[in-house]
Design a protein around this ligand. Sequence first.
Ligand code: C2E
Ligand code: MG
Ligand code: MG
Ligand code: MG
Length: 287
Amino acid sequence: QAKRAGRNTVCFFDPQMQAVASANAALAADLRLAWRHQQFELDYQPQVDVNGRMTGAEALLRWQHPQRGRVPPDQFIPTAEETTLILTIGRWVLDRACEQLAAWSRRSDRSHLSISVNVSARQFRHPEFVDEVMDAIARSGVAPNKLKLELTESLLADGFDITVNKMGSLKRMGVALSLDDFGKGYSSLAYLKRLPLDQLKIDREFVKDVLTDANDAAIARTIIGLAQSLHLQVVAEGVETEEQREFLAQHGCDGFQGYLFCRPMSIERLEEFIEANLVQLSPLKLS
Ligand code: C2E
Ligand code: MG
Ligand code: MG
Ligand code: MG
């Protein structure tokens, strides 16, 4: 029947669509419960510089579900974004990250570390977002430049000027701004130069086959070159092998994150790692 009705007609009784909708509704309800029962946790994944020294960590949200176990963020963040729960969770992530930064700031061997926080488009779009960041910083008393917000290109769908203004307010506060998953979205070089950014993150997609796929290698090199010409720091995510790190470093990448150095882990484990100096790898030998 749908075929006969024509291509532009929405078919309301598609059982598959209905199944998806009700699965989403169930997940949304589950997420609200999860929030009430404090089932969310933050893991941290270290970022290192070209010498293998830890410079900071990315906070990564986890859902510890009593039956389903650990649910990865890709499976629940899109649904959380469809509800206002992403705002609540996002605020919590921001507060936790700032508390952690405050704890690190009191220790001379940790006070240089930064924390990167992922911000969803819906959260960024919220009129109170800038104030919330300001409050989280004020409450914790951390140096704003230790907080790095990871934004994605999807923000630009909201309108360029609004986005740039908001980013400008955050920058004036001293917060660092990173463009996450760079290369994956609809990147336009014209807007990139007008965004008040500090960092570009090369998407894992291009890092994965950087040694075997000439196109990925070209893209990675181009992103690094672009970042350098715009005076932005450039970090590669998903670095799993020494060869990948070497390739990226040789082309001028200055930050690295991936299983090669450390998996995302609880703050307790990360503290042990830092204590034992396990994140640190031997300096790269660049000839
Ligand atoms: P992302 O921000 O691009 O984070 C990097 C993802 O790559 C993480 O997945 C991390 O665990 C994974 N990863 C790191 N190193 C490697 C590696 O060497 N190999 C491979 N294969 N993967 C690696 P994760 O933790 O599953 O998070 C997925 C996405 O969920 C994140 O992508 C981010 O977009 C989103 N996310 C995570 N936490 C939050 C949050 O607090 N708020 C919001 N809005 N989004 C979040
Ligand atoms: Mg990220
Ligand atoms: Mg990323
Ligand atoms: Mg990514």
